[in-house]
Design a protein around this ligand. Structure first.
Ligand SMILES: NC(=O)c1ccc[n+]([C@@H]2O[C@H](COP(=O)([O-])OP(=O)(O)OC[C@H]3O[C@@H](n4cnc5c(N)ncnc54)[C@H](OP(=O)(O)O)[C@@H]3O)[C@@H](O)[C@H]2O)c1
Length: 362
């Protein structure tokens, strides 16, 4: 588990190379405001090797946030994260390891018949109830998440996951009402509270592609205040002292800034954007797709680019994401050591202050 002591040691070892606010608080730990993601790429040995080299470089050069999910690259990403943590000259306790459960994962490679794989490996053995499946591939039922969390612990080779996300719960909105999805989330949270009490995870969160950055009338919308209230209720039901809900993850980049601009979450003084609501509710925000899956490395509106610091376009894009209010860390996926070096160096530049960030939207 990431600890206060080890993450502060890590910060003390690296912080002089970086600009102010590069390391930020996460609970009682400190973490880098640039993290590495492991989503894209093929489920191959060659991609594993590249990811492992990139992750080791990242961990040894000032990035102590790693994001993965059990389904990424057919579980290979989680396994590579475990291997990289072992191989890197870094304490496991210095690293925030986040993963996610929800999408039924393949095992090492894509099967010829995915439907049959899910039926034979998950439905027939009773790990997934057909009623709980959305789009033939997504489930957030408590017993299923229990099984997935166990597998993630095994894949990562750790005793405790620092942040366990319920992965894209909006997928369930394809087959049931919003109220039913909130009920499902509450049931999932009760189980995650129990697993937190047992020491298997430290915090949990919700990772979403659309829910939190669209308006309330959108089919994929989920309300952050309702998610927070369900987590509080889950904590009461599980008998934990306070909720372990700590983070959300959502896309945020120069082209997709809706988490800052769309005010769709009811706060004390009226509707707020996802970023401001999370900030006021004490939730950490981790941004996915921070360079828009690579596109921002080659293309960016001139007037925005002119306001951002960085030697390269990718660095300027990363600095946009990590400058937004309430963002703890901007996740950038990469299986390339060269890109790691470029991305981590974004942190040698100051992020934008609040006024300068607002100016980007003028
Ligand atoms: N919950 C969700 O729905 C969700 C969705 C998407 C992502 N995520 C998480 O967020 C992380 C980040 O998002 P993402 O990976 O989708 O997108 P991203 O970070 O915006 O972009 C990753 C892509 O950019 C390329 N890249 C990285 N650094 C570069 C550089 N300096 N110059 C040029 N290209 C560069 C990478 O290729 P190389 O490998 O060649 O570097 C990769 O193809 C993911 O890895 C995942 O952990 C979550």
């Amino acid at each position: 588990m990431a600890t206060r002591e080890a993450t502060w040691d890590y910060r003390d070892r690296h912080h002089e190379r970086f600009a102010r606010t590069y390391f930020r608080a996460f609970g009682d730990c400190v973490v880098s405001s640039i993290g590495v993601g492991t989503y894209l790429g093929d489920p191959t040995d060659a991609a594993d090797e590249n990811y492992e080299a990139a992750l080791v470089d990242a961990l040894e050069s000032g990035i102590n946030v790693v994001d993965t999910a059990i389904n990424y690259r057919c579980q290979r990403s989680e396994r590579v994260v475990g291997a990289a943590i072992d191989a890197a000259d870094v304490d496991r306790e210095a690293v925030l390891i986040a993963t996610k459960g929800g999408f039924v994962p393949f095992d090492g490679e894509r099967p010829d018949d995915p439907g049959r794989f899910i039926r034979e490996e998950y439905v027939e053995p009773g790990l997934v109830d057909r009623e709980d499946l959305a789009m033939g591939q997504h489930c957030i039922a408590p017993d299923y998440l229990d099984d997935q969390l166990d597998r993630s612990l095994e894949n990562l080779g750790v005793e405790t996951i620092d942040c366990y996300y319920v992965h894209n719960p909006e997928t369930q909105l394809e087959v049931r009402s919003r109220e039913a999805v909130y009920d499902q989330l509450e049931a999932a949270f009760v189980r995650l509270e129990e697993r937190a009490a047992a020491g298997d995870l430290r915090h949990y969160g919700v990772a979403s592609w659309e829910s939190f950055r669209v308006g309330p009338d959108h089919d994929s919308y989920l309300s952050l205040p309702e998610v927070v209230s369900r987590a509080r209720r889950a904590s009461d039901r599980a008998g934990t002292e306070a909720t372990h809900l700590r983070a959300i993850q959502l896309p945020f980049n120069v082209f997709m800034a809706d988490a800052f601009t769309v005010e769709s979450h009811e706060g004390a003084a009226g509707p707020q954007s996802a970023l401001w609501f999370a900030n006021d509710a004490g939730l950490d925000v981790f941004t996915s797709a921070s360079i828009m899956q690579g596109r921002l490395a080659s293309e960016m509106p001139e007037q925005v680019e002119a306001k951002l610091d960085g030697e390269t376009r990718a660095q300027r894009a990363i600095n946009f994401a990590r400058s937004a209010p309430g963002v703890t860390s901007a996740l950038v996926g990469t299986g390339s050591p060269e890109h790691v070096a470029e991305n981590v160096a974004a942190g040698t530049h100051e992020p934008l202050g609040a006024d300068a960030f607002d100016d980007v939207f003028e």
